[in-house]
Design a protein around this ligand. Structure first.
Ligand code: R5P
Length: 289
């Protein structure tokens, strides 16, 4: 079941698994509070809640907590929380003295509200799964991205991770499109969020390049790398990620940096969500149902 977002993804998963899809009703009161409503009885049944936490994350999370809590109140036997995009995963440590650690709070609340199992896709930091006491699974969309990119028939493609954190993702894609991969290093100003990228003299001249990351938010990380590889003589440049958050003018920024195409998945609904994670989620659910 899902709220009236991610209906296509939730329906595809239900269809793949041969189970019923239920939609959760939602309304917002004049003061901004949300009220959700399950319209079917699922007492003593196992339910799968599909709910991605894209911006505005805090609202999405409150929806999630309320649905988990109410599903248990209403007698669900087991609740599997499928959160294709897990917000707050980048806040996994205290970067500056006194800071909150957002993901710790989110995990505590997911468990406290009654989730019996948790599943996500390309969590920003895989180690956050260790925060869970319930079964927690992280899937990767990289094989799907790789298959899609392979079909594009790129010219001598090279895969690039825009920072060290994306190396493993880039390697997975490079293996599928059967080419080499390299990485840049990135530093982010902890106060302003401004990103600086340190390039390698990669072998990109005259080649099509694919920049791979788990998410594109403001586009700053990818834009920096795109500027560098354009100067190094890359031809076509593609930005591919699992979670296309694309905040504010990110798309414009990427275009100005020379990105020819942006490719994302449907963990976040966007006009660049060209790849669905429905099949990988369905397969993982089949194994635990
Ligand atoms: C952080 O390390 C992530 O993997 C992404 O590189 C980052 O969150 C992207 O954010 P932005 O698009 O704002 O640079």
């Amino acid at each position: 079941m899902s709220i009236n977002r991610f209906v296509d993804l939730a329906k595809s998963i239900a269809g793949n698994l041969g189970i019923e899809y239920l939609q959760v009703e939602s309304k917002i009161f004049p003061d901004g509070e949300t009220c959700l409503r399950f319209t079917e009885n699922f007492r003593n049944e196992k339910i799968i809640l599909i709910h991605s936490c894209f911006p505005q994350q805090d609202i999405r999370l409150m929806e999630l907590f309320m649905m988990l809590d109410a599903a248990k109140d209403l007698g669900a036997k087991d609740v599997i929380a499928v959160i294709p995009y897990l917000a707050y995963a980048r806040q996994d440590k205290r970067f500056r003295m006194g800071e909150t650690i957002g993901i710790k709070t989110v995990v505590k609340l997911i468990e406290a509200c009654g989730a019996d199992a948790f599943l996500t896709v390309d969590a920003h930091e895989v180690d956050i799964l260790k925060l869970f006491n319930i079964k927690a699974i992280n899937l990767t969309a990289m094989p799907e991205l790789g298959k899609y990119l392979k079909e594009l028939d790129l010219n001598k493609p090279v895969v690039i991770a825009p920072d060290k954190g994306a190396i493993d993702l880039a390697k997975k894609v490079a293996a599928i499109i059967e080419t080499d991969c390299t990485y840049f290093t990135k530093t982010r100003d902890l106060k302003t969020g401004k990103v600086e990228t340190c390039a390698k003299n990669g072998d990109v001249e005259g080649r099509d390049a694919v920049l791979i990351d788990d998410m594109i938010s403001t586009g700053g990380t990818i834009a920096n790398s795109a500027n560098i590889i354009k100067c190094q003589g890359a031809k076509k440049v593609i930005a591919a990620c699992t979670h296309p958050l694309l905040i504010d003018n990110a798309k414009k920024r990427l275009k100005e940096a020379g990105i020819d195409e942006i490719i994302g998945t449907d963990t976040v609904e966007s006009d660049v969500s060209k790849i669905s994670v429905a099949n990988i989620i369905s397969e993982a659910l089949r194994a635990i149902l």
